[in-house]
Ligand binder design. Structure first.
Ligand SMILES: *Cc1c(COP(=O)(O)O)cnc(C)c1O
Length: 367
């Protein structure tokens, strides 16, 4: 079905490739790259991104099985790591040639049971260790019991052993990162001694790639960096912007002194102003926290702040000093700095802001 909602998220695939190359330039030649395309490619379009870069990466990762199935349905044949598979989806993972992260003995046992019942051989699995994030993962002292289980069956083979840094972007947590890296080195070398083959090792997300070259191991997991964010300005400035959110003015209003704008009349004019109504609201990903002068858009290259509460489907913005008409273009963001500023204005981070752009907003490929 054609989506004629005028609010559009434009996705610059060439910018994503540029960013991929930027991070590759920080790696040793033989270090592999996994690109994380979970959450619709961080709110962009996982399928278009994956199609565009599939020949330049070794792996994709998604959070949930359905996200991997969507990539397979689109014809992506690259190996896909499912970071958070659920027991109910393990058969689906096998059926669609996805590769599970197995993070505790319950899910490991269940997966071995399934693969044995189907007489599979060497099905690729990934073992995750918890080295301090305390989210998902085996404890470092479980190496022996995992190795025993896996060595006792031909049905699975460990493709990789991995862990995740808790604060790779955080300069004040430098020592904690080093502690995690050293735990990981120890447990993986202990693990390797118990196997007659060598799984890949990986630990770094985007800011890990930048801050911990000594922890690149065999592969890195690039997420937000691909979409143009480096967790610090010096890196972000070197990256290209991938996503641009635009809309169009629906209507202009003159608001006289004493009149209100929007739900609950949270704005009352103390002088005559002019507003523009824009067809984007909290159902599109513009948080209500951006209402009442916290958030802004850009019209004719001028900043125009949100007036009153954000509605589900619309916002009203102050265009008193901007020469504009219904039908004119509105830029919500077209660079990473604006995304960072908007995120900061309501105490969040670009990760949350960009993944919140809802599926109602039409995606448009611009490369
Ligand atoms: C999301 C995720 C990544 C990517 O992190 P970025 O900070 O976006 O690069 C890497 N590894 C795991 C386990 C993740 O969940």
């Amino acid at each position: 079905m054609k989506n004629n909602h005028v609010t559009k998220l434009q996705i610059d695939l060439n910018a994503a490739s540029f960013n991929l190359d930027y991070f590759k330039s920080k790696l040793q030649k033989n270090t592999k790259v996994l690109v994380v395309v979970k959450a619709f490619g961080y709110g962009s379009d996982a399928i278009e991104i994956a199609k565009h870069i599939q020949n330049d990466v070794s792996y994709f990762a998604v959070a949930y099985s359905d996200e991997g199935v969507a990539l397979r349905d689109a014809g992506i044949q690259t190996p896909i790591l499912v970071l958070h598979p659920q027991i109910a989806n393990l058969q689906l993972i096998i059926d669609r040639c996805l590769e599970p992260n197995l993070y505790n003995s319950i899910i490991l046992n269940k997966f071995i049971e399934l693969t044995e019942a189907q007489k599979l051989n060497d099905y690729p699995i990934h073992i995750k260790f918890n080295t301090g994030l305390n989210r998902l993962g085996f404890k470092p002292n479980e190496v022996n019991s995992i190795a025993e289980k896996v060595n006792a069956t031909n049905s699975v083979k460990i493709t990789s052993i991995f862990s995740h840094l808790a604060a790779s972007e955080d300069k004040k947590e430098y020592d904690f990162n080093l502690h995690q890296i050293s735990l990981f080195k120890n447990l993986s070398s202990e693990f390797e001694k118990k196997l007659d083959y060598k799984p890949m090792l990986h630990m770094c997300n985007t800011s890990g790639i930048v801050n911990f070259p000594e922890a690149h191991f065999d592969m890195v997991r690039l997420g937000i960096g691909l979409y143009g964010f480096g967790n610090e300005n010096s890196v972000t400035n070197d990256l290209k912007n991938v996503i641009t959110l635009k809309s169009v003015i629906s209507q202009i209003h003159t608001i006289n002194k004493g009149e209100s704008v929007g739900y609950n009349r949270s704005f009352i004019a103390d002088t005559k102003i002019k507003t523009a109504t824009i067809p984007i609201g909290h159902a599109d990903g513009i948080s209500r926290k951006l209402g009442n002068g916290i958030g802004f858009v850009s019209i004719n290259n001028q900043k125009s702040f949100i007036v009153g509460n954000v509605c589900m489907d619309m916002i009203m913005v102050d265009v008193t000093s901007i020469d504009c008409n219904a039908g004119d273009e509105v830029v919500i963001f077209d660079n990473q700095q604006t995304i960072e500023e908007l995120s900061k204005n309501y105490d969040t981070i670009p990760y949350e802001f960009i993944t919140a752009i809802s599926q109602r907003v039409k995606r448009q490929i611009t490369c």
